[in-house]
Design a protein around this ligand. Structure first.
Ligand code: CA
Length: 225
């Protein structure tokens, strides 16, 4: 699970990063609103923890920009202020939850679990593309009567391709999302997994295939016949 932490109080940010990493979250930390937008736009995070008062661009504007750009990553807004008006503005801007400083790390961890759970419940259990249905809880892909189970990484990659529909997903994005920032995985790992998934799609006789677009990435396409 990857978290983007946007907090200009460097000491607090470092302390939070450490707490989150102890719980095995992968954390990227930035210290102003503009970087928050830049990183958040990548769409690779599972949660964004966003301070309200930030240099360059405040948290409300960061959330608004991300939402306007179609980024649906759950956002937990942090603030030292606790007036009702700030809360409403934060939630109106597209934040999913709100925490007033100071807060206990345990409470933050609980909120992270809650927003990510809610977010994954919003995603249907079964998603469809062309003649395939893809069950996200069992990692099974089916076409007509035939079905096959994907392993964890294959399923994560196919999910990215499904959710992005016609927009290609780059190899770098796949590596970051499926293997994580710090991994040694490279293009050849992605290529190998794409070929496993293609074989499984062929096994269930699907007309859907993964096309490679040179220098851009991969996307799903349904073969015409
Ligand atoms: Ca601040």
């Amino acid at each position: 699970m990857q978290i983007l932490l946007v907090e200009d109080e460097v000491r607090l940010a470092k302390a939070l990063k450490q707490i989150l990493e102890e719980k095995n979250y992968m954390v990227d930390m930035v210290h102003n609103g503009e970087d928050g937008v830049l990183y958040g736009m990548s769409g690779v995070y599972d949660v964004i923890i966003l301070d309200l008062m930030l240099p360059k661009l405040n948290g409300i504007d960061v959330a608004k920009k991300l939402r306007a750009d179609g980024i649906e990553t759950p956002i937990i807004m942090l603030t030292a202020r606790d007036s009702i008006r700030d809360k409403i503005a934060g939630l109106d801007s597209g934040a999913d939850d709100y925490m007033t400083k100071p807060f206990s790390p345990n409470e933050l961890l609980a909120r992270i679990r809650a927003v990510t759970r809610r977010h994954s419940e919003v995603l249907a259990d079964v998603i469809n593309f062309g003649d395939i249905s893809f069950n996200l809880s069992t990692n099974e892909v089916a076409c007509g009567e035939k079905s096959i189970r994907l392993n964890f990484k294959e399923a994560e990659i196919l999910k990215l391709l499904f959710l992005r529909k016609n927009v290609p997903v780059s190899k770098d994005e796949i590596i970051t999302k499926v293997w994580g920032y710090d991994s040694d995985a490279g293009d050849s790992n992605v290529e190998a997994y794409i070929s496993f998934i293609r074989k499984k799609l062929a096994f269930i006789n699907s007309k859907v295939t993964i096309v490679a677009l040179k220098k851009v990435g991969y996307k799903l396409e349904e073969k015409k016949c």
